[in-house]
Design a protein around this ligand. Structure first.
Ligand code: AMP
Ligand code: MG
Length: 406
């Protein structure tokens, strides 16, 4: 008979996260090209290499003139388009026709929009006298040489790629992505393409965890399924840890006779905790090897496995990958209906949050069973419910982790 009481102390969500994050350090860096940079984490501060614009530039199509000139009819000397410099110098009584983005000719200090000018036979009649600087972008308006434009730890998106290109940073310094190994365990598992015989289930955790790790910015370098047999499990876990920075196992961390992951981890690594006051996923286990690799024993039930990933593994992967922000944003939401919390453990219920009546409203995704993946599909938030014996009435404000767009 297995023991009825776990040997592991029950730790809080906060101390579990602290134990994980203090052992997750950025892994190293590499450089990538601009078209490969999206989604990566910048490893160095980036500064502007020059002023932008470098010279005063017209922000409209029009006529470059001297603001202090009082002439309303001026001679048009030439035309400048973006990328070409004017030959002529603008003096009183003259103007240069200029296109958007064109560099202001010498002498000129303002541009009159084409809509306010009638040009005929080389003469332009200005219906409006501009002030100095009107419709002109001065040098350094967008960027100043030496200015910090992006900080290490920023996640690179479209605007960041644009800025990197603007300042000529083509070998983009990024943190190396964490390498992850995923091992599904369980005698009852069959491959997803197979029809499960009675008593078996398709292995969904392996694929869900691979996707979750990829979404978190990691590279999945190794994956396998092992039976609940000590030799096979030990061998598979060794291989996974050899191939990767982080090993994720699913299943085999509860109190059953076939739950072998914890004792194996005890032999090949230091186990920092083996139980968390958390629902769904109390038996979550975390260990590190002598080389500093991380191993997470995630529970087998599909929801427990993904939600413990979300709350505990994802921050670790973000931190290993150098991201400055590792946690999901937290918001306050109003319950759209009564919700019953767990009496003893903080519970992370899956919900759909929408903006309604001037506030965020959360509707849970139906039955919150740890086996029911349908409770995660369509959820954009995790409600963080404190334990309690009272039902929380509709309208109660609770905290939520925001998982996706609202
Ligand atoms: P365990 O934590 O190993 O006792 O697993 C608990 C339950 O989770 C099992 O009885 C299965 O129903 C389910 N389960 C475990 N591993 C997987 C998996 N890889 N994919 C889908 N379901 C799983
Ligand atoms: Mg199992």
């Amino acid at each position: 008979m297995p023991p009825r009481v776990s040997a592991y102390e029950m730790v809080s969500v906060r101390s579990a996260l602290e134990a994980i994050l203090e052992r997750a350090r950025p892994l190293g860096r590499e450089t990538v090209g601009l078209t490969q940079a999206r989604g990566r984490v910048l490893a160095e501060d980036i500064h502007a290499d020059d002023d932008l614009p470098g010279l005063p530039r017209s922000s409209v199509d029009g006529y470059a003139v001297i603001a202090a000139d009082d002439a309303t009819t001026v001679d048009v000397l030439e035309e400048v388009t973006a990328g070409r410099l004017a030959q002529a110098q603008v003096r009183k009584g003259t103007a240069v026709r200029i296109m958007t983005g064109g560099t202001l000719p010498d002498g000129a200090d303002a541009v009159v929009m084409v809509e306010d000018v009638d040009e005929q036979d080389g003469h332009a009649v200005l219906q409006h006298r501009p002030r100095s600087g009107e419709n002109v972008h001065p040098p350094g308006m967008d960027l100043q040489r030496g200015q910090l434009v992006l900080s290490a730890g920023n996640v690179i998106g479209a605007a960041e790629v644009g800025l990197l290109a603007t300042v000529g940073c083509t070998d983009v310094p990024v943190f190396r992505r964490p390498r992850v190994a995923v091992l599904a365990t369980g005698d009852e598992l069959v491959e997803p393409h197979a029809a499960p015989p009675p008593g078996s289930v398709r292995d969904s955790n392996r694929f869900a965890l691979i996707a979750a790790a990829q979404e978190a910015g990691a590279e999945v370098v190794w994956q396998a399924h092992a039976r609940d047999e000590e030799g096979a499990l030990t061998e598979a876990m060794r291989r996974g840890l050899q191939a990767a920075d982080v090993l994720l196992t699913s299943g085999g961390v509860s109190m059953g006779t076939r739950d072998l992951i914890k004792p194996i981890l005890e032999r090949m690594a230091s186990v920092h905790f083996g139980r968390v006051s958390f629902k769904p996923g109390k038996p979550l286990t975390f260990a590190t090897t002598a080389e500093g690799k991380l191993a997470f024993g995630l529970p087998g039930f599909p929801v427990s496995s993904l939600i413990t990933f979300e709350v505990f593994v994802r921050p670790a992967l973000r931190k290993l990958g150098g991201a400055a922000k590792v946690m999901r944003p937290r918001i306050e939401v109003a319950l759209a209906h009564d919700v019953r919390p767990d009496p003893v453990r903080p519970e992370y219920q899956r919900a759909n949050v929408t903006w309604q009546g001037g506030r965020f409203q959360a509707r849970t995704t139906g039955l919150q069973s740890s086996s029911r993946l349908m409770s995660i599909v369509g959820a954009n938030a995790l409600l963080e419910l404190e334990p309690g014996s009272q039902t929380l009435p509709a309208g109660t404000m609770v905290q939520a982790l925001l998982l996706a767009n609202l």
